[in-house]
Write a protein that binds this ligand. Structure first.
Ligand SMILES: CC(C)(COP(=O)(O)OP(=O)(O)OC[C@H]1O[C@@H](n2cnc3c(N)ncnc32)[C@H](O)[C@@H]1OP(=O)(O)O)[C@@H](O)C(=O)NCCC(=O)NCCS
Length: 172
C-alpha cells in the first residue's frame, strides 16, 4: 500500500467536492436531520466556496491517496483564514477526513503529520481545532496525538445548536 499526500489545486475542485460531501455525510449523516445536513453541505461545499478556499494562500488542502486512489483530505488554515482565534502564531486543522473504507490504516495519522509539518513550516507556536463533542472517535484520535481541550464553543448545524470542544497542541 503506497500512501502519498498531495497538495490540492483548483483544477481538482470536483473530486474534492465529492469527497467533502461523502465524508461529511458518512460522519454526521446518521446523527443529524436530513435538512440540517443538506443545508450544511450546500453552504460549505458549494463550488464557489471551495474555489475561494482553494485560491486562498492562507488555506491549504491536501489529499491522502492509497495507490493513487483518493482516500481522505486535510484542510489547514493560518493567519486570517483561521475560522476563530486568528492568532498569527496558530495553525488551525479545520478538516481532517478519511473515507470510512480507509479508516484505521494510519492515513489520519499521515494527514496529521502533514499538519505538523505545515505548522513547523509556518513557524506557528501551536495547532488548534474545533471538534463536535459527540465525535468521540475524532476526540480520541486528537488526544492520542497530544491535543488538550481548552474551551467549548457553540457550532450551528442547520437549525441545531451543537457544542464543539476547542483543542490545542502547543509546539515545543
Ligand atoms: C479521526 C480520523 C481522521 C482518524 O483517522 P484514521 O486513519 O482512522 O486513524 P489512524 O489509523 O491514522 O490512527 C492513528 C492513531 O490514532 C489512534 N486512533 C484512531 N482512532 C482513535 C480513537 N477513536 N480513539 C483513540 N485513538 C484512536 C490509532 O489507534 C492510531 O494510534 P496508534 O498508532 O498508536 O495505533 C478518521 O477516523 C476520520 O476521518 N473520521 C471521520 C471524520 C472525522 O470525524 N474527522 C474529524 C472531524 S473534527
Amino acid at each position: 500500500m503506497k500512501v502519498t499526500i498531495e497538495s490540492i489545486s483548483t483544477d481538482q475542485l470536483d473530486p474534492l467536492q465529492a469527497l467533502c460531501i461523502a465524508t461529511f455525510t458518512e460522519t454526521y449523516g446518521s446523527q443529524n436531520t436530513k435538512s440540517d445536513l443538506e443545508n450544511y453541505l450546500e453552504t460549505n461545499f458549494n463550488s464557489a466556496q471551495l474555489k475561494k478556499e482553494l485560491e486562498n494562500p492562507q488555506s491549504e488542502y491536501y489529499f491522502v491517496k492509497v495507490d493513487g486512489a483518493i482516500a481522505g483530505y486535510l484542510k489547514v488554515n493560518v493567519g486570517d483564514a483561521q475560522t476563530e482565534i486568528k492568532e498569527q502564531n496558530g495553525l488551525e486543522i479545520e478538516r481532517i477526513y478519511v473515507s470510512r473504507a480507509y479508516q484505521g490504516k494510519k492515513l489520519g495519522q499521515a494527514l496529521f503529520e502533514k499538519a505538523m509539518e505545515r505548522a513547523r513550516f509556518h513557524k506557528t507556536a501551536f495547532l488548534w481545532l474545533g471538534v463536535w463533542d459527540q465525535n468521540t472517535n475524532a476526540i480520541g484520535f486528537y488526544e492520542r496525538n497530544g491535543f488538550k481541550t481548552f474551551d467549548t464553543h457553540v457550532f450551528q448545524l442547520g437549525d441545531d445548536m451543537q457544542t464543539d470542544l476547542m483543542m490545542k497542541l502547543e509546539l515545543a
